[in-house]
Write a protein that binds this ligand. Sequence first.
Ligand code: NAP
Length: 246
Amino acid sequence: MDYTKTVVITGASRGIGKATVEVFARQGYNVLINFNKSEKDAIALYESLKEKEFSVKLFKTDISKRTEVNAMIKFCVNEFGTIDVLVNNAGICQEKLFIDITDEDWDRMININLKSVFFCTQEVLKYMIPQKKGKIINISSIWGMVGASCEVHYSTAKAGVIGLTKALAKELGPSNIQVNCIAPGIIQTDMLSSYNQEQLNMLRENTPLMRLGSPIDIAMCTFFLASQHADFITGQIISPNGGFVI
Ligand code: NAP
C-alpha cells in the first residue's frame, strides 16, 4: 500500500476512536493511535493491525497535558514525516446534578474534553499551516448542541468544541485547512455503561431509525470529512444520531 497520508487519532484505545483507527488503517493511512489508561486494549489493537501489515504506531499521552501532547505530535512527525488529519476524539463523561459538580469535576471535564482540543490542534498546526493543507475533525456530541440534564459540564465542554470548530474554520480557511465537527447521538460504547437496559431501550425507541449508533457510524463520517470529497466543507457540525436530534 502507498502510505502517503497520516492521521492522529486521540482516545483510540476503545469505542469510536478504535473504530476510526481501523477504518483509516485499512484505507492506507499511517495512523498514530493515542491512548492513556487502556494500555492492554491499545496494544491489542496495535498488534492486530500490525499483523495485517498496516502502518500504525502507538503513543501513550494524557491529552489534557500540553507537554505530553507536544511529545506525541513530534513523535508522529518523526515517524511518519507529516500530519494530514487530526481527529480530536478522546473524551470522558460524568452524570451529576449541576449543584453537586465539584471544582475538580468541572476542571477535569473541561481539560479533557475541550482544552485537549486546543492543545492537540495548536501542536498539529505547527506542521499543517506551513504545508497549507490539513483536516481537523473534532468529536463533540448532540449534548453540545441541545444540552443534557445532569451533564452540564459535559454539555458545556462539547458546546465549546462546536464554538472552537466554527471560529477556527474561519481563521484557517485561507491556509486551506478544513475544521469540522461531528456531534454523535447515542453510540454503543463503554461511555453508555451507566445506562441500564431499560434506559437503552427508551433511547432506542426515541430514535427515528430505531437503533442506537455503532462506532463505525461515526468512523465512516470522520473518514468522509478527512477525504478529498469533503474539500469544500469547513466549519460544519454533522450529527450522525439516527434522527434523535433533528
Ligand atoms: P469511550 O469508549 O469511553 O472511549 C473514550 C476514549 O477516550 C478512550 O479511548 C480513552 O482512552 C480516551 N481518553 C479519555 N481520557 C483521555 C485522556 N486524558 N487522554 C487520552 N485519551 C483519553 O467513549 P466513546 O463513546 O468512544 O467516546 C469517544 C468520543 O465520542 C468522546 O469525545 C465522547 O464524548 C464522544 N461521544 C460519544 C457518544 C456516545 O454515545 N458514546 C456520544 C456523543 C459523543 P483510555 O481508556 O486509554 O484512557
